[in-house]
Design a protein around this ligand. Structure first.
Ligand code: FES
Length: 295
């Protein structure tokens, strides 16, 4: 994919070492967003949620990144699949619910059904499709590690490609924890400005700082504070819209942040300022490192 001129111009500014001044198209243009989807949003790994989402057979959780959608579904304890959530019939999302439990996946648009491993089982009104073994929702590499559901959106195939390495560093095992709060926030900021804002102050999920941060790919991290943990995932939806998902995982006996919502308060008070904030040089250099291979 050829990079849009506005991205290449930013790269030239960085390479020349001069002033960095991103063009307005970098925050508004759909071709920029599409290039970012290919070069950044789909890079491994994305921390989708906590493993407690998948305790029973049939449990599933959906995660979206731009126009890309994945549904992680538990067929059995040792068979958990990350399926491309795109119907083989006409491309709509098979799972519209954000999470749930089902015996099979049913696309409401025209009634096609899939088994929990993605195999097409009932192509309604297409009885001529007798050999359905060749039709299945493609799969992404998946890991359940230290209590988190991790998906690699950079590879997809009929059989899940082997999962590559992942660096979890000092992340404690969060598997036995209960989720104290799961919240999503809608914002009208471009994802780059929101990422810069959140990654500069990851302790905002606790309100008063954190002890450590473990980054999981370009769009998710876990913040740690005195034993408590919070998973944050950025979900760019459109050039001028992104969502934030937070899963709070306090340690045993900790009350976590209780009823407080420091991140929500900061987003409500600061949305306009965040949506207009300039990108600093450090962010632009990080961005260009990821975009440059496509230049
Ligand atoms: S798009 Fe799913 S059945 Fe038509």
């Amino acid at each position: 994919m050829a990079l849009p001129d506005s991205i290449k111009a930013l790269g030239e500014q960085i390479d020349e070492g001069g002033e960095v001044a991103p063009a307005p198209e970098l925050f508004e243009a759909y071709d920029v967003f599409a290039a970012e989807l290919a070069q950044i949003f789909t890079q491994p790994w994305l921390a989708v949620d906590h493993a407690s989402r998948l305790v029973a057979d049939g449990d599933y959780v959906r995660a979206d990144v731009g126009a890309r959608s994945v549904v992680v579904v538990r067929e059995s304890e040792d068979k958990i699949h990350a399926l491309r959530n795109t119907c083989l019939h006409a491309g709509y999302r098979v799972c519209e619910a954000e999470a749930g439990n089902a015996e099979h996946l049913y696309c409401v648009y025209h009634g096609w059904s899939y088994a929990l491993d993605g195999l097409l089982t009932d192509p309604l009104l297409r009885p001529q499709m007798t050999d359905r073994s060749r039709f299945r929702l493609p799969r992404y590499p998946l890991r359940i590690d230290r209590g988190l559901i991790l998906v690699d959106l950079s590879q997809v195939a009929p059989e899940a490609p082997p999962a590559g390495p992942i660096e979890l560093g000092a992340l404690p095992d969060l598997g036995g924890r209960a989720v104290a709060r799961r919240q999503s926030y809608k914002t009208t900021a471009n994802w780059k400005r929101m990422r810069q804002f959140l990654w500069e102050q990851p302790g905002l999920v606790f309100g008063d700082g954190c002890d450590a941060v473990i980054e999981l790919g370009p769009l998710s991290f876990v913040a740690l504070r005195t034993g408590d943990a919070a998973l944050l995932r950025l979900n760019p939806r459109f050039p001028a819209q992104c969502e934030i998902e937070v899963v709070e995982l306090p340690s045993a006996g900790s009350a976590g942040i209780g009823d407080a919502d420091p991140l929500g308060d900061a987003l409500r008070d600061g949305n306009d300022a965040i949506a207009a904030a300039p990108l600093d040089r450090g962010f632009c250099e990080w961005y260009w490192r990821l975009m440059a291979p496509a230049a």
